[in-house]
Design a protein around this ligand. Structure first.
Ligand code: FUC
Length: 799
């Protein structure tokens, strides 16, 4: 017996030493939690700073964790209502509004509570509130499930008969623009109503199951405020489903672009969500808590657990608010830096899933009558930034809502494109109305597109397409390529027609009118003077980048599309990057010294779009890369949340790890709320997503034709490892490093094909398959190696 067990341990050791070569086996999944020892204050400021966000793509929930009353505030991305309390800027007139509130009243009092904890487990997307009151330990568990389309709440106590509460959903902001009621029957509460002007029908249904004790329902005399009361139960489970009659389509995106347009009632005739919601809530009710939880964890963790990052510290014991405040005071925490990175991935999964609308300016979360900037789809950078981490942090599935949305938007934008052609370049129109491709502008919503203008001009379409093209670059999926082709082709079709020669600007083909987003006003004595200079860097770089992407796509599609020739002919005339007298990349064509026009510290860094998210400016264009660094330095290290996030990605692309890290620290220190939400200010989700993408960009780059691990590693991240980041070509990369140098890399080839990797010392590395067979590679330039991969195979590089 003894001998057998000895043999067994020898075999185990052998197995460990064989498989120890896999980096994955060595990275222990760490616990990531937001945690607090207080409820969030019940106010708008408390919502923004300390509530815990949950979401399943379809809807969002913010948990406050009160002891007397729990507040679970609900959001849904199509809940647009006219805000009659605002009369200024148009973006505030029809805006995303709070879906409703869910209150749960308990016979408890904060004064008698001990051991209070409120947390969000990011690894499983489950929130928990627990405390002791009069000798009983109470627990609430809450999650939102994508597969079952419901919110699930479990209320329990460690002594029998102690669970008592009243469930009290509530309509908010009722008035001329919002009608609605809440009614209860048996174990069900229905909250329903309609919003103006679009005639949006909305509904939520709750069902309650108690174990032991009693359950009763109540309605007020007007039948408008139904509640359910559970008394002396052992535990209870509440399930809730919600939805609206909104359906994303070309028709819904057309018309109604002017606030008094009768087409504003555009949802009339679409089926009421009642049936679907009844179905979801009843199915969930019958499934029971355990099965719902199992489905949820299986679904969520299949996405979340693909990526791990370990920078050396154990999970902190501090509450998240304390951890952040200490960080602001200069007490570093690589755990917080990991947490913020992983939280961005959590938020993307929570706000963008197949079949839902894309993540909006606040992801999906909004407690206000009218969300700031309408809670819409802002295309001068914000929506694009939401999806910066979709591919490199291994969440490509979250991208489909973006693509669906842009596809629905295009028909109305085709008409706009024709109008602009007639107005600005009729000589080149050459096509019927609606057949000149498409163009985009800044302020879009689930209900309408918009025209290009000074906040974002003709470069916006190709900017939108950059994410779309990367969907293919990162997945190498031929079906994706076929699907995205008409969209990227349509964008280049328009931009190739709109550019023209302008007297006094040599033979170049320039965009005119042309704007540098939001930075069109001269600062200083001539403040507010409009700048009207053709061919801004923003437009020229995006048009150039769009042409390159479309040409590459066309060649892969195999068709001999006539557009390719004309795009290729235009490329040398687009002159996308010009270097000025300060060594900077010029933002405006007639600019000499840096900052001559516009605000030199402006949050939009439009002249560097070709650096990130574009890839025109890279190590193969060293002069441009140097000029990009000069420009970044001049733009400064402080800005709005999303702007800092953009700078993080750009500093990573100029390969300055320590400066990138400084910007990442600034984002955490100056533009982050205690629930780790990005604070533009106000709260905007784009900074979270851009920050997460930036960390990935520090650890892995692949935009210059090869994979470069730790391309911008800061000294502060001396030792570490990561698993599962994705490089273009669909290579999943893991790496381990010590003293800022890579020891080993693991490469999983998801699509086959040639793999090119650059890293100092790589020419001398050993390459083998995961099961130990050595593999030959070619060294083309110093330390740039390449080898053929088999689809599905994994490789190890040891330095
Ligand atoms: C762009 C930015 C603003 C803000 C808005 C939602 O217009 O310039 O800073 O983020 O989007």
């Amino acid at each position: 017996m003894k001998q057998i067990s000895k043999l067994f341990s020898v075999l185990t050791l052998l197995a460990i030493s064989l498989f120890a070569t896999s980096i994955h086996a060595q990275i222990q999944p760490k616990s990531y939690e937001l945690k607090y020892n207080l409820p969030a204050i019940d106010s708008n400021a408390g919502w923004e700073d300390l509530s815990i966000p949950l979401g399943n793509g379809y809807f969002g929930v913010n948990l406050f964790g009160g002891v007397e009353t729990e507040r679970l505030q609900l959001s849904e991305k199509s809940m647009f209502m006219r805000d009659t309390t605002q009369n200024n800027s148009s973006y505030k007139k029809i805006a995303l509004t709070n879906f409703a509130e869910t209150y749960i009243d308990f016979p408890h009092s904060w004064a008698g509570v001990t051991n209070y904890q409120r947390k969000l487990d990011i690894r499983n997307a489950i929130a928990k509130v627990s405390y002791t009151y009069e000798g009983v330990n109470y627990t609430r568990e809450i999650f939102t499930s994508y597969p079952d389309k419901v919110m699930v709440i479990k209320l329990s106590a460690d002594k029998p008969g102690k669970v008592s509460f009243t469930l009290r959903p509530k309509q908010v902001f009722l008035g001329k623009m919002r009608k609605g009621i809440v009614t209860a029957t048996d174990d069900r509460i229905t909250l329903s109503g309609v919003l103006e002007p679009y005639k949006l029908d909305f509904e939520a249904q709750y069902r309650v199951k108690n174990t032991g004790g009693t359950m009763t329902f109540q309605n007020d005399s007007r039948g408008e405020n139904g509640t359910i009361t559970v008394q002396n139960s052992d535990k209870a489970v509440i399930v809730m489903a919600l939805g609206t009659n909104y359906k994303l389509s070309n028709t819904v995106m057309k018309g109604g672009n002017n606030d008094s347009d009768p087409l504003d009632q555009k949802l009339i005739g679409l089926p009421h969500p009642h049936k679907e919601i009844t179905n979801s809530v009843d199915l969930a009710f019958n499934s029971g808590y355990e099965l719902l939880l199992k489905n949820h964890i299986a679904d969520y963790s299949s996405l979340f657990s693909r990526v791990e990052l370990d920078l050396g510290e154990k999970p902190s014991d501090k509450t998240t608010d304390k951890l952040l405040d200490d960080y602001k005071a200069g007490i570093g925490s690589t755990y917080l830096e990991e947490l913020y990175f992983q939280y961005g991935r959590y938020l993307l999964i929570a706000s963008s899933r197949k079949g839902t609308l894309p993540a909006n300016l606040q992801g999906t979360w909004n407690a206000l009558r009218a969300a700031p900037w309408s809670g819409g789809y802002w295309l001068n950078i914000n929506l694009q930034m939401n999806y910066f981490p979709a591919f490199n942090t291994n969440l490509a599935e979250t991208f489909t809502p973006y693509l669906d949305y842009i596809e629905a938007l295009i028909p109305s934008q085709e008409d706009i494109a024709s109008d602009f052609m007639t107005k600005y370049n009729p000589a080149n129109q050459n096509a019927a109305k609606g057949a000149c491709g498409w163009t985009a502008g800044t302020g879009n919503s689930p209900y309408r597109g918009c025209e290009p203008n000074g906040t974002s001009g003709f470069g916006t379409g190709p900017f939108v397409c950059q994410n779309i093209w990367e969907f293919y670059e990162f997945t190498k999926d031929k079906d994706v390529l076929k699907k995205i082709w008409p969209t990227i082709k349509g964008s280049s079709d328009f931009t190739s027609r709109i550019v023209k020669k302008i007297p006094g600007f040599d033979d170049y083909l320039l965009c005119s009118p042309s704007w540098s987003p939001e930075n069109q006003y001269r600062s200083g004595p001539n403040a507010k003077k409009h700048i009207d200079i053709p061919g801004t860097a923003y437009d020229q770089q995006w048009i150039y980048q769009g042409h390159i992407n479309t040409i590459r796509a066309a060649k892969l599609i195999g068709g001999n599309d006539s557009i390719v020739k004309s795009l290729e002919k235009q490329l040398p005339l687009l002159d996308p990057v010009e270097i000025g007298a300060s060594g900077q990349i010029k933002e405006f064509r007639t600019e000499k010294e840096y900052g001559e026009f516009g605000d030199p510290l402006h949050r939009h860094i439009s002249q560097l779009m070709g650096l990130f998210p574009g890839n025109l400016i890279n190590t193969n264009t060293p002069q441009w890369l140097d000029a990009a660094k000069i420009t970044l330095t001049k733009r400064g290290d402080r800005a709005t949340g999303w702007s800092l996030a953009h700078k993080i990605n750009m500093w990573a692309r100029v390969k300055d790890g320590n400066h990138t890290y400084l910007l990442y620290q600034n984002l955490l220190k100056y533009n982050t709320k205690h629930n780790l939400w990005d604070n533009c200010p106000p709260f905007q989700i784009d900074g979270n997503f851009g920050g997460t993408a930036g960390v990935a960009e520090m650890l892995l780059q692949s935009h210059a034709g090869y994979i470069e691990p730790l391309a911008a590693l800061p000294d502060a991240w001396k030792n570490g490892s990561y698993k599962g980041l994705v490089a273009r070509g669909n290579f999943e990369i893991s790496a381990q490093w010590e003293n800022n140098k890579i020891l080993r890399m693991q490469i999983k080839s998801n699509a086959g094909g040639l793999c090119r990797v650059f890293y100092p010392g790589l020419a001398k590395a050993k390459l083998k398959t995961l099961d130990g067979k050595s593999v030959k590679f070619k060294t083309s330039k110093k330390n740039l190696i390449s080898f053929k991969t088999l689809k599905g195979a994994e490789y190890l590089l040891e330095l």
